[in-house]
Design a protein around this ligand. Sequence first.
Ligand SMILES: Nc1ncnc2c1ncn2[C@@H]1O[C@H](COP(=O)(O)OP(=O)(O)OP(=O)(O)O)[C@@H](O)[C@H]1O
Ligand SMILES: [Mg+2]
Length: 405
Amino acid sequence: MRWYVLGFPVMVVRMAATWRRLCIESGLAVTRRSKNVVLGGDLLVSGSELRPVVPRLGVPQPTPTGLRVRIRMQPGQTPAAFLAAADAMTHAWQAHAVRIVSPGRGWVLATATASDPLIGGGLGVVPRPARLLSAMVGRTEDGALWVLDFRVVPHWLVVGATRSGKSTLIASLVFALAPQPVALVGIDCKGGMELSLFEPRLSALARDRGEAAALLGAVLAETEARMATCREVGARSIWDLPEMLRPVPLVVLVDEVAELYLSDGSREGKQLSGACSTALLRIGQLGAALGVHLVVAGQRVGSELGPGVTALRAQLGGRICHRVNDEQTALMVLGDLSPEAVAVAQTISEDERGVAVTTVGGSWVRARSTHTTAEQARQTAVQFAKNTPELPGLVHAITEIREAA
Ligand SMILES: Nc1ncnc2c1ncn2[C@@H]1O[C@H](COP(=O)(O)OP(=O)(O)OP(=O)(O)O)[C@@H](O)[C@H]1O
Ligand SMILES: [Mg+2]
């Protein structure tokens, strides 16, 4: 309310007052020659003078967190010049951030956020969505809910330096999916430190690489069995199957993918990481239509982990980049999306835990996950333990390995 009554009009006045100078100083003005120029009272000078013409600013529309305004470009201008001037606009309008997009020919849309909506505590209790396989995990910079929808984007890559918020995001995801008829499967090779909190709601949990290889093998077998069922009935995905035959959707959560790929050099180690890598990649390739989804979290996802990682990354269409230590990592996660997203990801500071740059549609947004505490996670898992689908094939694969050890 305060924003609409006070903040918005003040920002509009600021925009109007600074627009011309801002355009001239940041190279957004074009120069036109005018034939006759009137100077002062009635003194007429003929000849030509260079006159800066600035792009036209539309009528600003308030949004819950800031405002939106259309800017009509002058002939010959391109959106790139406006992208470059976004910082100048941020300063001139005293906004938290200004983003420029170019939805149509001849004009750009500037979206200003008044203050950082991601500062402060988490969202608290997240409203639970009605749509199957869609999870609200936090909120985005423009004040909207941050939703991961696996029916739209089947697989996700979550990257960030240590303590940047990866596991907390996974916790929010489990929190949102736990009430739904969805099987959750965990792979946490740090001995299950993070994911064992959710064990009552997990259909299976692998705690080391041996177990992970066996579990991923079983998930792949399940995926292939689903494919066979679909083929038999002529369905293109599990969603086309009659309800009686439709298997439960399955989300595989991998916390710290490097543990799967990095080999200790031993033959057995190499074999295991090879098996994990192949299975993950196959699941990524086949899973989308078969209701088998991947969420892969890691500090780094470069080729130093092995050639399989690059191929896997290509399958993980959804990207979430928390604070990273180097540009290279941000590039790997967001580089194929937009150079601006890469730059923004690198500005996430150490005290902005849970803040990330993520993909939405073909675009990107800054967002912050809900702070789901260990205790909340544990309680949710217990509360919805009765919803845990039984997948004996997966459990069996792990117990076999455990007994053999
Ligand atoms: N959305 C959030 N809001 C507030 N605090 C958060 C948020 N996300 C994470 N944190 C804080 O940051 C800490 C580290 O987060 P988390 O364990 O998720 O990081 P991580 O990326 O998994 O680290 P690691 O690589 O070491 O496993 C958490 O204990 C929590 O206190
Ligand atoms: Mg973690």
